[in-house]
Design a binder for this molecule. Structure first.
Ligand code: S3P
Length: 213
């Protein structure tokens, strides 16, 4: 019988500095779920920081490992909130996971100008080697190359810039906005998964107790 997960993970995607980790933590608390930062999970699982991966094995190897880690996280039956690395959409395998049945994807859409300003105030040493170059140039390029890919995997898009401009506690507000919308989307998707499970059960050949399969 087809394996169909009824409760799904929530994954946040978006450019570096869009707030995936901070908003994700708040969201996880609100949903009473575990929070997992995928970059941290990768560092713990492999014993190497993101920078070490880039320095020692190169970006292509890092991207493959990043996909493996996301696959492991999504395979868990315990629904979680996952902050993905900004480049997870760069590989077809990463996008396939995010388009799969086990996850609802939220894109925190932010302008490169906004995130460049934010990342400039942060220590990016161990997990953002790509920002050794001029962050604004890098993030302009990432937005141009990736925004259509984030859009491709997203079930929900939340614009980050206006919330930061207009609201006193923007992270809290963003988490609240995602919580409201996610609850709705998740209920609809869970209903679809249940229907799929019911169809798979009906299609499965009946086996009487004690009979040969
Ligand atoms: C990357 C984003 C980083 C990290 C790595 C590469 C990217 O994660 O995975 O440095 O290519 O955008 P955050 O988005 O959490 O900073």
């Amino acid at each position: 019988m087809a394996e169909v997960q009824l409760r799904r993970h929530l994954a946040l995607v978006g450019l570096m500095g869009s707030g995936k980790t901070t908003v994700g933590r708040k969201l996880a608390a609100r949903l009473e779920r575990p929070f997992i930062d995928a970059d941290e999970a990768l560092a713990v699982t492999t014993g190497r920081t993101v920078r070490q991966w880039f320095d020692d094995s190169g970006e292509v190897a890092f991207r493959a490992r990043e996909v493996d880690v996301l696959a492991q996280l999504l395979a868990s039956d315990d629904p979680s909130v996952i902050a993905t690395g900004g480049g997870i959409v760069c590989t077809e395998a990463g996008r396939a996971l995010l388009n799969g049945p086990d996850v609802t994807v939220v894109w925190l859409r932010a302008s490169p100008a906004f995130v460049a300003n934010r990342v400039a105030q942060k220590a990016n040493k161990d997990h953002r080697p790509l920002l050794d170059a001029d962050p604004r140039v890098v993030l302009d390029r990432h937005a141009a190359e990736r925004n259509h890919l984030y859009a491709e995997v997203a079930d929900l898009v939340v614009d980050v810039d206006p919330v930061h401009r207009d609201v006193e506690k923007p992270k809290k507000k963003l988490a609240e906005m995602v919580f409201e919308a996610f609850s709705q989307i998740d209920a609809e998707k869970a209903a679809r998964n249940r229907a799929q499970l019911a169809r798979a059960t009906a299609d499965a050949p009946a086996t009487a107790p004690g009979s040969q399969p």
